[in-house]
Ligand binder design. Sequence first.
Ligand SMILES: [Mn+2]
Length: 270
Amino acid sequence: MSNYFIGDIQGCYKELLSLLEKIAFDPQKDKLWLAGDLINRGPNSLEVIEFAYQNESSINFVLGNHELHFLAVATKQRHIGPNDTFQDILQSKNLVNIIDWLREKPLIINNDALNFMMVHAGIYPLSNTKITLAAANEIEDKLKSSEWLNVLAKMYGNAPIHPDTVKNDWEYTRFWLNVLTRMRYCYSDGSLDLETKVPPGNQPHELKPWYELANQLPQDRKIIFGHWASLGLFTFENIYCLDSGCVWGNDLTALKLEDLTIIQQKNLSS
Ligand SMILES: [Mn+2]
């Protein structure tokens, strides 16, 4: 039995199947841990979602910004954007089940047995693990509750950018959703910058990647994330970014937990 972490798939179903063939994935024995953004921007969002849905006993994943955006569009809280490519899921006969199933998915997986924490974008570097997990759990509960449509309607926007300026429940929800599913860079005081997407080294000098801030990040376990295609496959101490930009013509990456081998599949259309 093996455990594999896989970065952002974004509808690249052909590449997912090829990657699973390379690792000889056996759904009876192996487990996949996906870092979110299974869908959108790429060609086959519905196939990826159906695959994850049908193999639920062997596939775990965290919600990414694209799953949350899909939920907002599917429930008419938001208009579909010109670059969104999940019309296939919106037209699926299984849409209602897919929506309810996504609502149950976590924002963070903190696995003590396998010693890792997985999140789509990042862990807030100036808060301790307890505060971060409590925030994630609170929002997960809201998404499962009757308040879920309000979460989807009110999650858009960049403010507040610092936890000390949070004034109410909805600002708290938006701040933490932005941390968990959109963050790349922070200012040194811990304020979020949610616009800069360039690779580290090219950013304005006052910004640092979230994982470089003087921090309270857990040291005793692997931290796995995706979301940052321009960072690409990256490791820094116990921290691993697995978004290697398959949807942008690059690679889909799997990291095997047991021996830390990297297995990649190139984009098959480019
Ligand atoms: Mn993302």
